[in-house]
Design a protein. Sequence first.
Length: 96
Amino acid sequence: MGISVSQMKTNIYPLKQECYNVIGSAMAVHNELGCGFLEAVYQEALSLEFLENEIPFDKEKRLDVSYKGRLLEKKYFADFICYNQLIVEVKAMDGL
């Protein structure tokens, strides 16, 4: 059974250092690989970066989603959940 997205809602300020750690890891991956790869490549590289930086994470974690108090049949799969609280989604784009 997955954990609920609503259970993960929290004040993000106490996680300031954790957010910096995750963003720093993502920037390291981008600096090393640059652009042009599929999301799966960046996701694998980010896994290695998290391990190197001792950032605890779950990969492709299933989460339950509720709408107006009712559990939906569809589930949400987060690319990563770091520190058991931060959802990290990997996106590869040509530009914004």
